[in-house]
Design a protein around this ligand. Structure first.
Ligand SMILES: Nc1nc2c(ncn2[C@@H]2O[C@H](COP(=O)(O)OP(=O)(O)OP(=O)(O)O)[C@@H](O)[C@H]2O)c(=O)[nH]1
Length: 611
């Protein structure tokens, strides 16, 4: 596989843009090319002389005459490349075939982009063969269906044949001419086709692999990788002459435009892929803007190359490639310095491509010997580059996935922490609410003035006490306690003093009944009620007496005044076997109290009625 004239062609093209001209004064007769016996291929360059027909109007007769006049000159420095030139070039070589067994030879112009090639073979017997080739002629016109222009030559043994070759081309002017025997050509082209197939096979498998990855992940990096790979593949396809052979065999227009167009597309792909892969927008905004600028430039140049002459658009696009390629390397280095690990493989990939290309260019400049690795540097370098970029994409994907997983993990941990905190706060609030509720319940069960239980709470508590007494077969008694002549206390000492006396009496009752495990409540006004578990009538009466005595024996000291407060108490033992209910029992105790009041107050009376 030969790629005459891509990177080295570009460099040479730029160097030689000014062009070489034959100087008639230096004309010399070249030694004829002697094809030795048993040879199978032959490089023609050392035997080729040339004439630059700047106006392009010379005909064969003129060229023959000019050669006779010594106007043809040897190739400058043996170099068969002239860069971009105006007009036409005439080349001449005299060939003498020394092999009587091999009269059929194939002349191959190993540069696929020449526009028009006219080959004239002048035989000593006056016979003249004329062949035409180049990518401005249909592909089907070629002697052999091959990516390089080629021409069958009849070279009878020991007869000098003068070859005059006229080349006119908008692309670089190159004449890497080689002669092959049919067998040698078949073997050479088989090996080359195998190499080409291998190379595009690698590119195709990477293409489909990453295409599928793009379709499944929808990560645009994969798309731009595939774009870059396709466009770069197209550049080589075009430069190899395969574009003309397989894609546009009849289109001279496409043959001319495909080189600058594919170069521009490849650079758009490279820049866009680098922007996405390195995430320049976030990592290096200035670099990102320069990348965008380059994309805009190559897009414009791509469109312009449809109209610009090939000799302007191609060298311009090729020279711009150096800036673009260098810039990508700068972007990768900046990304690495900013701590983006996947950019290392990216840079390595880029380096393999650049080294491969540099090796290839060095061969063209004769700086390195021609070996398999150096000659196929661009292919090896670019295949390695594509492979490494594919690996880099995988790494980048893994890095992104790990980052995502880390974010999800962190978010989950934070959420758990939050939930834990909120649960703690909630249970604290619930605890406080429970306390408040308990306090509220307690306060609703207590009488505000005396601190004793309320009548309602007494009712609620008495029911279970009664039930307990019933089930245990134990006695339960009630006391109805009413302060005597309390109205008088209020009237005489005022309501506040009355309140103080009520509180005092309540405390005294509570203190007196504490040893009795009694349930004590304010029944209303200056009346109190008490339930005494495990007290029969006698025990309850004794407790009542204790209360009555306690109040009677010590005056209430309220508002600096001593007030005697006496009390009347009615006692009733609930008949737990036949009791009709709480209200009935309370009424019986109340009746006993009434009796105490009626019998002079400050005394204890018991209920005689069962129930
Ligand atoms: N200071 C004060 N007085 C109250 C309170 N509740 C009721 N009283 C008073 O207690 C008095 C009860 O009067 P009565 O029902 O006539 O009974 P009494 O004067 O105690 O006479 P007897 O019960 O028949 O001995 C009324 O004057 C009520 O105003 C209270 O919370 N504070």
């Amino acid at each position: 596989m030969r790629i005459r004239g891509f990177w080295p062609g570009v460099v040479l093209g730029l160097l030689l843009l000014s062009g070489f001209h034959a100087h008639p004064g230096h004309a010399s007769e070249m030694a004829p090319a002697l094809l030795p016996k048993d040879s199978s291929e032959f490089v023609l360059a050392p035997h080729v002389s040339f004439l630059h027909d700047v106006a392009g109007g010379m005909r064969l007769e003129d060229a023959v005459a000019a050669r006779r006049d010594g106007a043809f000159a040897p190739l400058p420095g043996g170099n068969n490349s002239f860069g971009f030139q105006d007009g036409a070039f005439w080349f001449h070589a005299r060939i003498v075939n020394r092999d009587p067994d091999e009269s059929q030879w194939l002349l191959v112009q190993q540069y696929p982009l020449s526009d028009s090639i006219d080959l004239y073979a002048l035989h000593p017997d006056g016979r003249m063969e004329h062949h035409q080739g180049g990518d401005h002629r249909p592909f089907s016109a070629r002697s052999v269906r091959y990516r390089h222009p080629n021409f069958w030559l009849d070279l009878p043994a020991d007869q000098p044949v003068d070859l005059f070759i006229r080349i006119q081309s908008e692309s670089s002017m190159q004449v890497p001419l080689r002669l092959y025997t049919p067998t040698a050509f078949a073997e050479m082209s088989r090996d080359v086709q195998f190499g080409i197939g291998l190379y595009y096979g690698i590119l195709l498998s990477l293409f489909f692999y990453n295409l599928v990855l793009w379709l499944t992940t929808r990560d645009s990096s994969y798309f731009w990788y595939v774009f870059h790979l396709t466009a770069f593949g197209l550049v080589l396809f075009t430069l190899n002459g395969l574009g003309f052979e397989y894609l546009w065999p009849d289109s001279a227009w496409m043959a001319d435009r495909s080189v600058p167009l594919s170069i521009c597309l490849a650079q758009v792909g490279v820049q866009q892929f680098a922007r996405r892969f390195l995430d320049l927008r976030n990592r290096w905004p200035t670099g990102d803007r320069v990348g965008l600028g380059l994309i805009g430039f190559f897009l414009l140049l791509g469109v312009a190359s449809a109209f610009l002459p090939y000799r302007i658009s191609t060298p311009f696009a090729s020279a711009s490639v150096f800036i673009s390629v260098g810039w990508v390397a700068v972007e990768a280095i900046v990304a690495i310095r900013r701590g983006y690990a996947p950019a290392r493989i990216f840079l390595l990939a880029w380096a393999t491509f650049l080294v491969g290309t540099a090796m290839f260019a060095s061969v063209a400049f004769a700086l390195l010997p021609k070996t398999f690795v150096t000659e196929y540097g661009v292919q090896i370098g670019s295949a390695l580059e594509m492979l490494l970029l594919s690996i880099a994409l995988g790494h980048r994907y893994a890095a992104l996935r790990n980052e995502n997983e880390r974010i999800v993990r962190d978010a989950k941990r934070q959420l758990e922490h939050q939930v834990e905190k909120r649960t703690r706060e909630l249970s604290e609030a619930l605890g406080q609410l429970g306390d408040a509720h308990a306090r509220l319940r307690e306060s609703s069960q207590r009488d505000a003035l005396t601190g004793l239980h309320t009548r309602r709470h007494f009712h609620e508590q008495l029911a279970p006490m009664l039930e307990e007494a019933r089930s245990g077969g134990r006695p339960l008694s009630l006391l109805m306690i009413d302060l005597d002549h309390f109205k008088e206390i209020n009237d005489r000492h005022g309501h506040l003093a009355g309140d103080a006396c009520l509180r005092w009496a309540a405390h005294a009752i509570g203190d007196a009944l504490r040893p009795h495990r009694a349930l004590v409540a304010r029944f209303g006004g200056e009346e109190f009620v008490a339930a005494l578990p495990d007290h029969d009538l006698a025990a309850a009466t004794a407790a009542a007496e204790k209360i009555r005595h306690q109040l009677d024996s010590a005056p209430c000291e309220a508002l600096n005044r001593k007030t005697v407060v006496t009390t009347s108490i009615g006692v009733h033992q609930i008949d737990i076997a036949t009791a009709g209910g709480i209200d009935a029992a309370l009424e019986r105790a109340d009746r006993a109290l009434y009796q105490a009041k009626a019998e002079g107050r400050n005394c204890v009376r018991t209920s005689t009625v069962a129930g």
